[in-house]
Each structure stands twice: as C-alpha cells, then as structure tokens.
Ligand binder design. Structure first.
Ligand code: GLP
Length: 261
C-alpha cells in the first residue's frame, strides 16, 4: 500500500486523473471502477476538464459503479446511477451503455447481484478502481462486519452511514434508504489497481486503521493492505493520525517521476 500525502492537496485529483489517462493511453478499452460520495467529484471535474481540452477520450472505455441504494425511484436525484450520470457519464465521451451499476430496483435483488458480478467478469475485470472511505471504515457500502471475501450483495446501512449521508437527503436521516447493493470486498480486491482518496479530519480515524491498523472486518477498508497495488491519497486532515506520515512524505518526495501511481 502506497500512502501519498501531497504538499498541495489540490494535486490529488490531478494525480488520479494522470493515472487514468496513462491507463487509457495504453489500454483504450480499459474498465474503470467509479465511486460516488463527495470525495471523487474533483477527480471527475479534472477528467471532464481534460476531455474538454481534447486530452482524454473514454470513447472505448467501460465503467462499473460500486454500489446503489435499494428502492430509490428511478428519477430520484440521489440514486447513485443518476449521481454518476450527472458527475461523470454526461461530461465525458463514454458510451452510457458501457456505464454499469447494480440494479437497486430489480424484483430479484440476489439475481441482480449475481448478474453484476458476471458483467464485471465479462468486461475483463476492473483495471483501476476509484474509492472513497466512510467514517466507519467502509468502502463502497461494505459496512463493519462485512466478510473480507464478500461479493456483490445486499447490505443494511449502519446508522452512522445514514447520518453521514443524510446531507444528500435534505438532512433527513429517515429519507436515507436502509438497504443497498454493493460490490463486496472480494469484488473490489479483484480490481488490478485501487486508488483510495480520503479528505478531511473526519476520515482520520478510518484512515489510521486502513493503513496502520490490523486487518479486520471491523474496519473493512483494511482488506486493502492485502492488495498488491493500492494507492492511498490523503490531505493533511485525513493523514493527521498517521504514525508514519513523515516516512510516507519522505518516500513520496524521493519517488521517481516516471513511476506514477
Ligand atoms: C458512501 C459511498 C462510498 C463513499 C462514502 C464516503 O457511503 N457508498 O463509496 O466512499 O460515501 O463519502 P464521501 O466521499 O462523501 O465522504
């Protein structure tokens, strides 16, 4: 796991966009793993800027979302499919038919999850997975207690996550769905490269556990310690509880420029 704390936090979306551009250059039909939440928005802004400048084309790329609320009406603005349409799909030249998400409105949710796993495999697997992290250490919607080997399935959100996400639902916790479909930790671990971004002091406990704590279902993101290519990008607030932050900074400063993420 490589921990990067850039001197200038505004570099974080630039570094992630650089990695995506390098991937698409060597593999134009690459498969991206895309995340919701507020953290990745600056990455999507940077990708859209590069697309508008003629520097990036996702015309042949595919994308898979991490998760979806169960039962939100098709037109609901917080349905993750709609959030991704607005923040990502509509601003890039990716074919909307190539942007996939778990179907939170399916009659048979278990079959929808199995079908999602099949679609990821048929697409050749995820090349680069963007991740945020919840304050309780979840990635996608794998809440504490999730099996470290889990696949796409239905999960019940913790009240902490519903409190955290109420800001997207007019502050009304009761309006936040209780259930979601989410890629499992095992599914996410199959991605060839995972890039996790965490911003702000509110994430510092989760980040401390992610990078320096024992691997445990209590902090689901810790499974990434077993990933062969995981990049963790942090601003100073998110990094504020790390024991080894001086070492991470020193290692990054002396990293060869050609290496990328
Ligand atoms: C939701 C999403 C996660 C995301 C998390 C953090 O729970 N399912 O994928 O990482 O929110 O969101 P934010 O980036 O807004 O803090």
């Amino acid at each position: 796991m490589e921990v990067i704390i850039p001197n200038e936090p505004s570099q974080i979306p630039v570094l992630v966009a650089d990695a995506i551009c390098a991937l698409v250059e060597r593999k134009p039909d690459a498969t991206l793993g895309i995340a919701t939440g507020s953290t990745p928005l600056a990455i999507y802004d940077e990708l859209a800027r590069r697309h508008d400048a003629g520097e990036l084309s996702l015309a042949r790329a595919k994308a898979f979302m991490l998760d979806e609320y169960v039962g939100l009406p098709a037109e609901h603005p917080e349905r993750y499919r709609n959030v991704i349409d607005t923040a990502f799909t509509s601003r890039l030249d990716i074919d909307p038919a190539n942007v996939h998400g778990p179907d939170g409105l399916a009659d048979d949710l278990a079959e929808a999850c199995a079908d999602y796993e099949r679609r990821i495999v048929e697409a050749g697997g995820v090349d680069l997975q963007i991740l945020g992290i919840g304050t309780d250490g979840h990635i996608a919607f794998n809440e504490p207690g999730s099996s470290l080997a889990s696949r796409t399935r239905i999960k019940t959100l913790t009240s902490q996550t519903r409190i955290d996400n109420a800001r997207f639902f007019g502050g009304d916790i009761e309006a936040v769905p209780r259930h979601c479909l989410t890629q499992g930790l095992g599914t996410i671990m199959d991605a060839r490269h995972v890039v996790l971004v965490a911003l702000g002091k509110g994430k510092s406990e989760a980040v401390h556990n992610l990078t320096e704590g024992p691997v445990s279902a209590l902090w689901p993101a810790t499974i990434l310690q077993h990933h062969p290519h995981a990049s963790v990008l942090l601003d100073p607030g998110a990094a504020s509880r790390l024991q080894l932050s001086d070492y991470y900074r020193e290692a990054y400063e002396s990293k060869p420029a050609w290496q990328g993420l």
